[in-house]
Design a protein around this ligand. Structure first.
Ligand code: DAH
Length: 348
């Protein structure tokens, strides 16, 4: 045990010597306790002063206080240095190199349907068609009535419809458009011939889905009305379209089909580009693939638009973008397009 009579300067020397070699905060704290703590060597001396005669108490007290102050100061300085070192170490370790390239960002791409749609529109634009748009929520009038498909007409069965309950206007007057054809009427209402437009848009059907049917799909409607437009114009336009999208060597064929708003109505087929006409799974062994519906605009519709039906004729067509994308990319199920599976989408 250190007694009051220990030469106090020896305590000072020992303390300073020990302090000089201390290299971390734990050792420093042990050092502080052993000299300056409640039971520390210096503290005990200071406490013992009371028992000493006055003279001794004065001189020893002054000396002890000086040493206490010196040790405290030295302790504070050492502690501050440790803290500085610690901060320096952390900042050194976490230093940023701002010139390093950042982590790569995942790169997005256009949806395969968007790409096909853009390609299709570009072909028609290059042939002088303008692009227009119309509403997805549509009146029965534009979707059916004005296209010569009256209520209870059996042709309505061609389009399984998603109706919208609309109290004020009477039920069953609004719907999600089942095709883009209502835009034929909308465009004729607001423009005068010559007309050459294509109208892209989403369409909806109340349909059980399977590999070739979805309840939502993307169509492009085409409409051309002018003085003396004939079937030859329709044929030339669509043949050009088919070659630009499916390959220069494509053969096209027209076959009679029925759509109430065209007369005559037809379907366009291209020779199967997989088997080159020999017959395969894609073309159902026929050698031909149906691409779209088309026809000459019904004279009644021309007259209803207020155009002179003796002067103006026109053609219309409607095609499904998903079907074209399926064929172009050899995809076997239309539902892949809207399943949001990146493993599928990243392939395009
Ligand atoms: N709107 C038809 C459908 O969705 C496709 C169609 C056929 C559009 C003939 C036309 C056309 O413009 O002339 O089934």
């Amino acid at each position: 045990m250190t007694s009051v009579s220990d030469p106090i300067s020896e305590i000072e020397d020992a303390a300073m010597r020990e302090l000089a070699v201390i290299s971390d905060a734990t050792q420093l704290e042990a050092w502080r306790l052993s000299y300056l703590g409640r039971k520390g060597k210096l503290t005990r001396i200071l406490r013992g002063l009371a028992d000493l005669p006055l003279e001794q108490r004065r001189s020893l007290g002054a000396e002890a206080n000086r040493i206490k102050l010196r040790l405290e100061t030295a302790h504070r300085e050492k502690l501050a240095r440790f803290e500085q070192d610690r901060v320096a170490q952390v900042t050194e370790g976490e230093r940023l190199d701002v010139t390093l390239p950042g982590p790569p960002l995942p790169r997005g791409g256009l949806h395969p349907i968007t790409r096909t749609l853009q390609d299709v529109l570009r072909v028609f634009e290059s042939m002088g068609f303008q692009v227009a748009e119309g509403p997805e929520i549509e009146w029965d009038y534009y979707n059916f009535e004005a296209l010569r498909i009256p209520a209870d007409h059996p042709a309505r069965d061609m389009w399984d419809t998603l109706w919208i309950d609309c109290e004020r206007e009477g039920r069953r007057s609004m719907l999600l458009r089942t095709h883009t054809s209502p835009n034929q009427i909308r465009i004729m209402e607001r423009t005068q011939p010559p007309i050459r437009v294509v109208v892209p848009g989403k369409c909806y059907r109340f349909e059980a889905t399977d590999p070739t049917h979805e309840w939502m799909m993307t169509q492009v409607e085409g409409l051309a009305i002018d003085d003396g437009i004939s079937m030859a114009d329709l044929k030339g336009t669509l043949a050009e379209f088919a070659r630009r999208i499916f390959g220069e060597e494509r053969k096209v064929a027209f076959r009679c089909d029925y759509f109430p708003f065209v007369e005559p109505g037809m379907e366009l087929r291209i020779d199967c580009f997989i088997c080159r006409g020999a017959g395969c799974r894609t073309c159902g062994r026929t050698g031909w693939i149906e691409i779209l519906g088309a026809g000459m605009v019904h004279p009644e519709i021309i007259a209803n638009a207020g155009y002179d039906p003796d002067r103006y004729t026109g053609f219309a067509f409607g095609l499904g973008i998903e079907r074209i994308a399926l064929l172009r990319h050899g995809v076997d199920d239309i539902r892949h397009f809207y399943a949001n599976d990146l493993r599928f989408l990243q392939q395009f």
